[in-house]
Design a protein around this ligand. Structure first.
Ligand SMILES: N#Cc1ccccc1Cn1ccc2ccc(-c3cc(N)[nH]n3)cc21
Length: 250
């Protein structure tokens, strides 16, 4: 997968050099290019914003730098023989980012992120590129950030971990919260590791039993309990297998 990010804060994307995404890049599973939008300005102040038509607070990001930047990035990518990208626009007014959307984005060979700042990008930029590219406007939550770069980090990590070979243990995202399967849409249950006792806290006996069926049932029950407590809205989306009464009677 190729990822391009156009931003006025390229250093904000430095975390894409470490941990899971950094390893995926080192192993050639991800090809990440971060571009400074100001490279496509031509005035001595490297201006990327201006006052909003119709008045109002804040500033709006100008069309011209974005147009030049995206045309260049697209040309570079196509030269690399890449398939057409999808444009991913972080915005508070976008489609909620979910595990399902992460899985959908992970099927595309090229994601082109346009994290804005100020009050956003002049709408004509999105309209212009929507003429030739699929555009995903994505919200990572019902709160307002100061810009889209944090959203790019979140989206990139959630997508990268779904790419073949990126997660060490292929099982790791099998029981993810929200991943398909019997535990789909259930929140993670509690996890434990050595030492067996810590400051007077022990381990649930079932986890030391070696009885895999009982352990699996306990984990499912704990996931159901936590989901019911913290996200009852997810319960109706759970696979029927999550409520398998037969198991419970065992
Ligand atoms: N746009 C806008 C905007 C509109 C009103 C007030 C403040 C902003 C700041 N902002 C500028 C760029 C940008 C990108 C993404 C988010 C964003 C995403 C989620 N899920 N929350 N916030 C915010 C962003």
């Amino acid at each position: 997968m190729r990822l391009d990010v156009v931003t006025i804060f390229p250093e904000y994307l430095d975390p894409l050099n470490v941990s899971l995404v950094g390893k995926a890049r080192a192993h050639g599973r991800l090809d990440v290019h971060v571009h400074d939008l100001r490279a496509w300005t031509h005035d001595r102040h490297n201006t990327v914003d201006d006052t909003p038509y119709g008045g109002g607070p804040g500033m709006v990001m100008k069309t011209e730098p974005w147009g030049e930047a995206l045309d260049t990035v697209l040309a570079d990518g196509y030269e690399d023989g890449a398939h057409g990208p999808v444009l991913v626009v972080p915005t508070p007014s976008g489609r909620p980012f979910t595990q399902e959307l992460a899985a959908e984005l992970s099927t595309h060979p090229w994601l082109l992120f346009t994290p804005a700042r100020y009050e956003g990008i002049d709408r004509r930029v999105t309209e212009e590129y929507a003429r030739r590219l699929p555009v995903y406007e994505v919200s990572i939550g019902d709160y307002v950030l100061a810009g889209g770069e944090a959203a790019v980090l979140v989206i990139t990590e959630a997508v990268a971990r779904l790419l073949p070979g990126v997660l060490g243990n292929a099982e790791s995202h099998r029981d993810d919260s929200f991943a398909p399967g019997a535990m789909a849409n259930l929140l993670e249950g509690p996890v434990y590791t050595k030492p067996p006792r810590w400051r007077g806290h022990g381990i649930p006996e079932v986890l030391l039993s070696g009885h895999h069926g009982k352990i699996a049932r306990w984990r499912r029950d704990e996931a159901l309990r936590r989901t019911t407590a913290h996200r009852p809205d997810l319960i109706e989306r759970c696979a029927p297998a999550a409520f398998d009464k037969k198991d419970r009677e065992m």
